[in-house]
Design a protein around this ligand. Structure first.
Ligand SMILES: Nc1nc2c(c(=O)[nH]1)N[C@H]1C(S)=C(S)[C@@H](COP(=O)(O)OP(=O)(O)OC[C@H]3O[C@@H](n4cnc5c(=O)[nH]c(N)nc54)[C@H](O)[C@@H]3O)O[C@H]1N2
Ligand SMILES: Nc1nc2c(c(=O)[nH]1)N[C@H]1C(S)=C(S)[C@@H](COP(=O)(O)OP(=O)(O)OC[C@H]3O[C@@H](n4cnc5c(=O)[nH]c(N)nc54)[C@H](O)[C@@H]3O)O[C@H]1N2
Ligand code: SF4
Ligand SMILES: [Mo]
Length: 729
């Protein structure tokens, strides 16, 4: 007789949306995943990636135990104890000989999705104490972090659009219909954006490509890649000049407005038009519409964060909201009030800051604890004190996700030692000496942490593991903690606390993410503060609510997210006034045969790592270069042909798809492909290899405030294969 199917409730951690899942289990085997209709946050929504979770969990190519690379390059199974002790000894030995900075750390996106990993990442960093620590965040969010740090005094003060109430949504460099929303955790974007249009509100999409989101919009503005800062500053200047700013609000809540206004004088709509590729009339009209709508909000994401003026543009988005009186207002940009107060937690553990240290070779600044990922290869290749000799990657694939990935692969292959915490042998981890694979995400608890700070509704969920893990499987945080102890550290990453934790551990007490989360909830804005009989929240109460605890809609107000000692929003931070000056002296792009390369995401894909699931890669090839018909005609290439794409750092073949979705002069290639090298270890991905966009992006071309990689707006030339494109000056 077959066992009965039971349903358990979990949260999907594959993307920022965090949909509630109903997980059907037979015995301990996962048999199906559905959206959980009772989930207080997502109310049953689920996307194709969530539905593919069983295939992902059961993927036969996932590593189930630690492995070591032997002399022939093959991976051999080893025990946890051997893997962890080898790793700790090698890392310690390298740091003893070459100093702390000789070990670099790269952490990828999944770290931010998992509360245990996020709370324990500090343990590893505290044990290693290297300044060469970087993450995927330095590829997509450092600019946003810096803008918030300057404006509000915390990198983690992140306003989000009040989508469900706004009358005017200016969506810039984001494609929420495909990404499901980023720094905007709101399930079911399609329904939300449709509802927005149906109630008569306007949706304006600013993007060099007519995206899936733009198809739903009232208006699509095809900006030039990298042109957003100029466009936004031009709009702000129009509002100042026309007296359309909210003077009373500005006076009460901000400082530095006069200095900003002086700096913006030269940003007339005509000047902004030259730099943004959007006409002066459109800039004027958008600005006035924005100010005159009964409510409005501007929001920007990856297309803006990782372009040439990413910090300035991220700051300008908020300044536009601020001068129009939209920050902290219903239908404008609101701050969440999560049960675990992320900005305060980040300050406590030292994760918040800017330029507290710099990279060795190029002197690029740290932002929120990360130096830019684009420094990795040069730090490995450049001899001298502090040269990187070893690498730890944790849930990342920098060879495919960071600029000039080919250079990074060559540098990584020459390291003295490398360890990766990852379930897959991927384009990066294939160089690791040791790989430590975690159990599947559904075998871990979930607590809403990072993304609750940018969620469209205040909720907290604490779910139990939906499926049991194998006896020899470990969670990410257990791996991090064990390794940290072996390196001489502990769970906090702070010497005195770690010393106490080590003593407590000898007596059998284990510091866990759960105990930290419980503490953070109890001391948070809804917490019981450890008072007996108090109605507030604690970990046990949250855990007892299977479908989550609803804490209500976002509320107007900004006070809880201003961390400057003076208590006001800083509108004139020197670094940003300097960036305005830098932008205003930029010259208009000369007309050449040069094209600008931008990225693209796909609903069934997630960066580089879900291409080993058949149903997520089936169908037509998605790793194609989108080219406007006028560019294709000029170059002489036909739809479906292969052509040669060349940048400063790379020349290679791509398959072309001709479409008028693109702004002329701009081409688009998705990142995260290029799996030919790993066909032996990821059989499905290897059969759908594609090419890696980051072979063409440039590690030496970075944004000026935080040094974030410029992954959107990379100069390239395209030519018929066999003909030679002369590189543009
Ligand atoms: N050209 C270009 N490049 C880009 C971008 C772009 O738009 N254009 N986007 C950038 C952005 S936004 C990002 S975030 C980065 C992403 O960069 P990365 O984070 O480096 O890349 P991912 O492909 O997300 O890699 C995730 C890795 O984590 C592993 N993994 C999955 N789940 C778990 C888990 O539970 N535990 C552990 N330990 N490992 C796990 C996967 O196997 C995979 O190897 O790429 C950036 N690169
Ligand atoms: N299905 C799916 N979902 C994902 C991911 C995924 O890979 N697949 N990745 C996840 C991750 S790590 C992140 S960070 C988020 C990203 O979430 P989003 O930012 O919403 O997603 P992108 O598709 O990168 O959107 C960037 C848009 O910017 C446009 N763009 C490029 N350059 C410029 C420019 O200079 N100016 C302007 N205005 N626009 C520009 C691009 O055409 C693109 O449409 O998505 C997350 N969700
Ligand atoms: S949108 Fe899809 S991938 Fe993202 S959390 Fe929801 S189900 Fe998971
Ligand atoms: Mo990202």
């Amino acid at each position: 007789m077959s066992e009965a199917v039971t349903t358990r409730y979990q949260v999907c951690e594959l993307c920022e949306t965090g949909c509630g899942l109903a997980v059907d289990v037979q015995g301990e085997r996962l048999v199906g995943v559905r959206g959980n209709e009772q989930d207080v946050f997502s109310r049953g929504f689920i996307c194709p990636k969530g539905l593919a979770l069983p295939e992902l969990e059961h993927d036969p190519d996932r590593l189930k135990s630690p492995v070591r690379r032997d002399a022939s390059g093959a991976f051999q199974r080893i025990s946890w104890d051997e893997a962890l002790s080898t790793t700790a000894e090698r890392l310690k030995s390298i740091q003893r000989r070459f100093g702390r900075d000789s070990v670099a750390v790269y952490m990828g996106t999944p770290v931010v999705h998992k509360y245990g990993a996020l709370l324990m990442r500090g343990a590893l960093l505290g044990a290693l104490k290297t300044k060469n620590s970087t993450s995927a965040g330095s590829q997509d969010t450092s600019t946003r972090f810096a803008a918030s740090y300057f404006l509000y005094g915390s990198a983690f003060s992140t306003p989000i659009p009040d989508l469900d109430r706004t009358e005017y949504f200016l969506c810039i460099g984001a494609n929420p219909l495909v990404s499901n929303g980023s720094l905007l955790t709101a399930p079911n974007m399609r329904a939300r954006l449709r509802a927005l249009r149906e109630r008569g509100a306007k949706l304006i999409v600013v993007d060099p490509r007519r995206t899936e989101t733009a198809e739903l919009a009232s208006e699509h503005v095809a900006v030039l890649p990298g042109g957003d800062a100029a466009l936004l500053l031009g709009m702000i200047q129009v509002l100042i000049e026309r007296g359309q700013t909210d003077t009373a609000w500005i006076e009460r809540h901000t400082r530095g407005f006069e200095a900003l206004a002086r700096h913006l004088r030269s940003f007339t709509p005509e000047r902004a038009a030259q730099l943004s590729g959007v006409s002066a009339d459109t800039i004027r009209r958008l600005a006035l519409e924005f100010a005159q709508a009964s409510s409005s909000v501007a929001y920007a994401r990856v297309g803006v964060c990782n372009n040439a003026f990413g910090t300035l543009a991220s700051y300008a988005v908020d300044v536009l909201n601020i001068v129009a009186g939209r920050l902290g207002a219903a239908g404008g940009a609101l701050f969440a009030k999560p049960a675990i107060d992320l900005p305060r937690l980040a300050r406590m553990v030292g994760a918040d800051g800017y330029a507290r240290w710099h990279s060795r070779v190029r002197r690029l600044p740290e932002t929120a604890g990360d130096i830019p990922a684009s420094t990795l290869a040069e730090e490995m290749e450049t001899a001298g004190e502090g040269q990187v000799r070893a690498l730890v990657t944790f849930a990342g694939n920098p060879v495919l996700s960071t600029p000039n990935g080919g250079r990074l692969a060559r540098a990584v292959s020459k390291l003295e030692f490398m360890v990766s915490i990852d379930p897959y042998i991927n384009e990066t981890t294939r160089f690791a000496d040791v790989i430590l694979p975690p159990c599947g995400a559904l075998s871990e608890e979930h607590v809403d942490l990072f993304f609750a700070n940018v969620a469209a509704r205040n909720v907290i969920r604490w779910t139990k593991p939906a499926i049991a893990r194998g006896a020899d499987e470990r969670t990410d945080w257990e791996i991090l903690l064990d390794l940290s102890y072996r390196l001489g550290g502990g769970p906090a990453g702070m010497a005195p606390v770690d010393w106490v934790a080590r003593q407590a551990r000898k007596m059998g007490f284990q510091f866990t993410p759960a105990s930290i989360a419980d503490l953070a909830i109890r001391m948070g804005p809804y917490g019981d503060r450890f008072l007996p009989g108090h109605k507030g929240l604690n970990g046990a109460k949250v855990r007892a609510s299977e479908h989550g605890v609803d804490l209500g809609p976002l509320e107007p107000g900004i006070e809880h997210r201003i961390f400057h000692k003076h208590g006001r929003i800083e509108l004139s931070p020197p670094a940003l006034l300097a960036a305005i000056t830098e932008l205003s002296s930029t010259s208009e792009r000369a007309r050449t045969d040069e094209l600008l390369l931008i990225g693209r995401r796909d609903i069934r894909s997630n960066n580089s790592w879900m291409h080993n699931v058949t149903k997520l890669v089936a169908g037509r090839d998605r790793c194609v270069l989108l080219v406007h018909p006028s560019d294709a005609a000029r170059i002489g290439i036909a739809d479906g042909e292969s052509a040669t794409l060349q940048s400063r750092v790379h020349r290679g073949e791509v398959r072309v798809q001709i479409t008028d979705e693109m702004r002329p002069g701009v081409v688009s290639l998705p990142h995260g492909w290029g799996h030919a090298e790993i066909a032996a270890w990821q059989r499905v991905a290897g059969a759908h290899p594609g090419v890696s966009a980051n072979d063409w992006t440039d590690d030496q071309h970075v944004e000026s405030v935080v040094g974030q990689s410029i992954l959107n707006g990379v100069p390239v030339t395209l030519s018929r294969t066999g003909t030679f494109a002369s590189p543009s000056a």
